[in-house]
Design a binder for this molecule. Structure first.
Ligand SMILES: Cc1ncc(COP(=O)(O)O)c(C=O)c1O
Length: 357
């Protein structure tokens, strides 16, 4: 990865928990989070009794819109948590510049982005700490597992201590010789063995996914109503899913649900990606809890809840994204042509499909 240090953890979630703790995200703090992500990103912040404050999603890139970050910073903000969702690198330069200006930490959620690159460096080493997942659906699976990457010995010593029941480690011995705050977030050795066997396979499969994703993009972008993702300059994604945005107007009003059904019927497994999860009740449950009510003023919690309505880019992304799973990209070149032809066929018959129930 090009990182100086790496700590294996029990999962991607625990990698995030370790990182938030050692970067001093504490009860009553706020963390700027990408809303278009797996729920574990929100939960890791909530478990630290901090508020995940959502920046907006850029509909062209599907990642955090750097221009939407600064207006969300308050005197409680401690960190920015961008997510390289689907293995698509976030535009990290402006994010890091904002973090430097406001003295905030940057934790990359790279749980779906093993080997993804941004300006010649790997995702996960672009901020203060990077977090990875090796859960079973991932490109590098071990049942469960995770990792924290970084260049700071101080942070990684703290992370090592925290994930190992608080046992003193390296330069970080804490005020007393033996224990600091910590938990058990360790990876098993047999998981590590399973992972280490797969590095070559990951590199080879990543190249196949990249080549096939490029072929898909070239074909799909010629079909009206299909918007393939825009990538930051000089970046190289790894395509955990292959997503594009779907414009029903260009398909004679054929709803995304019907489009998904038609594409599945053509033998192309696909789904809708993430929805607007902040309306599901998780955050209401958190902000109505005794702890959050003690930590934040009623006015802050009210404004926070209302701010979900401002996430217009994210709403558009949630309502219009179509995503295919990464294993499809490991098929043959003919399979990719089949996918492109299937989408073209649906476009051709979209008026009739829109009328059918
Ligand atoms: C973006 C993202 N963040 C965090 C996680 C949490 O990882 P894990 O399931 O290993 O706890 C995942 C994976 O599930 C993820 O995709």
């Amino acid at each position: 990865m090009g990182a100086k240090r790496c700590l294996a953890t029990a999962s991607g979630t625990t990698a995030l928990l370790v990182s938030l703790h050692v970067l001093d995200v504490d009860a009553g703090d706020e963390v700027i989070v990408s809303p278009f992500t797996f729920i574990a990103t929100y939960n890791a912040v909530l478990i630290n009794k901090a508020l995940p404050v959502f920046a907006d999603t850029d509909p062209a890139t599907l990642t955090i819109d750097p221009a939407s970050i600064e207006s969300r910073i308050t005197d409680r903000t401690r960190a920015i948590l961008p997510v390289h969702i689907y293995g698509l690198p976030c535009d990290m330069d402006p994010i890091n510049a904002i973090a430097r200006k406001h003295k905030l930490a940057v934790i990359e959620d790279a749980c779906q982005a093993w080997l993804a690159e941004y300006k010649g460096r790997k995702c996960g080493v672009l901020g203060d700490l990077g977090c990875f997942s090796f859960q079973n659906s991932k490109h590098l699976p071990a049942g469960e597992g995770g990792a924290v990457t970084g260049d700071s010995d101080d942070l990684l010593d703290r992370a090592q201590a925290f994930h190992n029941c608080g046992r003193a480690f390296g330069n970080f011995k804490g005020p007393r010789p033996y224990f600091t705050r910590g938990s058990n977030y360790r990876m098993q050795q047999f998981q590590a063995v399973i992972l280490m066997q797969q590095f070559d396979k990951l590199i080879k499969e990543t190249e196949i996914r990249r080549a096939h994703a490029q072929h898909l993009t070239e074909g799909l972008k010629t079909i009206p109503g299909i918007q393939t993702v825009r990538l930051p300059q000089n970046s190289n994604p790894v395509w955990h899913l292959y997503p594009f945005r779907y414009d029903a107007d260009q398909f004679n009003g054929l709803s995304r649900d019907k489009f998904l059904r038609a594409l599945n019927a053509e033998g192309v497994p696909c789904g809708a990606g993430y929805h607007e999860q902040y309306f599901d009740g998780l955050l209401d449950e958190a902000i109505n809890s005794r702890g959050f009510k003690r930590l934040f003023s009623p006015a802050r919690l009210k404004a926070y809840r209302e701010s979900f309505e401002e996430l217009k880019g994210n709403r558009l992304v949630c309502n219009t994204t179509v995503a295919m799973t990464q294993n499809l990209l490991l098929g043959s070149r003919d399979d990719m042509d089949h996918i492109i032809e299937a989408v073209r066929k649906i476009h051709k018959h979209s008026a009739a499909l829109a009328k059918a129930s």
